[in-house]
Design a protein around this ligand. Structure first.
Ligand SMILES: [Zn+2]
Length: 78
């Protein structure tokens, strides 16, 4: 870990944008990770980022963790 936000695990960092490693979609960052987080929330909801609130106690389905690999992203982008 280099102290960067964990969203960069899913993006290739560039100067003012990040490239999604799954669909190669470019997302403007404007020097913060808000857009990247929003992108992940929309495109890859199974990915948990640190900013997301953890579901309390029971009710959390373990299916979320079952599919954490790539290749399942619905590319309705571009
Ligand atoms: Zn993507």
């Amino acid at each position: 870990m280099s102290g960067k936000s964990d969203v960069w695990n899913h993006f290739i960092k560039k100067d003012l944008e990040g490239t999604c490693i799954y669909s190669l979609q470019e997302v403007k960052t404007k020097r913060n990770t808000t857009n990247l987080r929003n992108y992940l929330l929309r495109r890859r909801p199974r990915i948990k980022t640190v900013s997301q609130k953890k579901k309390s106690k029971s009710g959390g389905s373990k299916r979320d963790d079952a599919r954490n690999g790539d290749g399942n992203e619905q590319v309705s982008e571009t």
